[in-house]
Design a protein around this ligand. Structure first.
Ligand SMILES: Nc1ncnc2c1ncn2[C@@H]1O[C@H](COP(=O)(O)OP(=O)(O)O)[C@@H](O)[C@H]1O
Ligand SMILES: [Mg+2]
Length: 243
């Protein structure tokens, strides 16, 4: 059994008096691609932001590689990178400068940074932007850069919130292949996505959440069986319509 990278236990998050996430538990292992799916407002973003330590849970616990994300944030976050749904990066810096800054924050050996940087920029067709300032990048290009940054330190766990949203089809394919390749080498992924055919293809396990709570979890096949549907899209529709 591959080792556990993250363990989420009875996680709840309230905003004023309303639960955005309620009593959510799951674990993800080395090399596993775990996808969170659910309608708008289901609590996906809140879950992801809480497990990477950007939001404080109302109750429950998150441990990464045995470290509590909220009590030992620095230790836990050494293993994690996060691609937010709407990346914000220092606008005045160039692509090259942000990559180097990020690499130094993550203690990546200077000798390997340049090679890794060019390899990843090449992969995502970003080479021509190396000296362009962040503020002049399009939404999709910024998204690609955020993805490159998340791969740069070769973390144990990559958390991505709707990473496909602003990407063209070619880049979606590149990302899908890169995620698979990295998972085979042991990286764990937690990804929220609306693109259900894509989720169906890539996910080792899927967690369907609705109104902040887990409805069902399992391999795409298991989820479809449990919800009596032939595609994940239909499975989710069954949840939403209560059938
Ligand atoms: N900062 C916030 N303050 C108040 N309510 C919030 C905040 N962030 C999210 N919510 C609420 O929490 C619920 C879950 O939102 P979110 O996690 O963004 O869902 P999803 O990513 O699945 O669309 C929604 O009802 C949303 O309005
Ligand atoms: Mg969201």
């Amino acid at each position: 059994m591959p080792s556990k990278v993250i363990e989420v236990t009875s996680l709840s998050k309230k905003f004023s008096d309303k639960y955005a996430v309620r009593n959510l538990s799951f674990e993800v292992h080395e090399g596993e691609i775990y996808c969170l799916v659910g309608p708008n407002g289901a609590g996906k973003t809140t879950t992801l932001r809480t497990i990477v330590g950007l939001l404080t849970p109302t109750s429950g616990r998150v441990r990464v590689m045995g470290h509590d994300v909220h009590r030992e944030r620095e230790k836990a976050m050494r293993y994690v990178t996060f691609v937010p749904d709407n990346p914000v990066l220092y606008g005045e810096l160039t692509v090259r400068e942000i990559v180097l800054l990020f690499a130094s924050l993550r203690d990546i050996d200077r000798a390997v940074v340049e090679d890794r940087m060019f390899e990843l920029l090449e992969l995502f067709d970003l080479r021509e932007y190396v000296n362009v300032r962040i503020k002049n990048l399009s939404r999709g290009t910024l998204q690609k850069l955020a993805i490159v940054l998340s791969f740069l330190p070769d973390p144990k766990l990559v958390v991505m919130d709707e990473p496909f949203m602003a990407l063209d089809v070619k880049t979606q394919k590149t990302l899908r292949e890169e995620i698979r390749k990295r998972a085979r080498r042991g990286t764990a992924f937690i990804i929220s996505s609306h693109v259900l055919p894509w989720v169906e293809e890539i996910a080792d396990r899927v967690c369907v959440i609705h109104k902040g709570e887990k409805v069902v979890e399992g391999t795409p096949m298991e989820v479809k069986e449990k919800l009596g549907a032939s595609t994940l899209e239909d499975a989710l529709l069954n949840v939403l319509t209560g059938s």
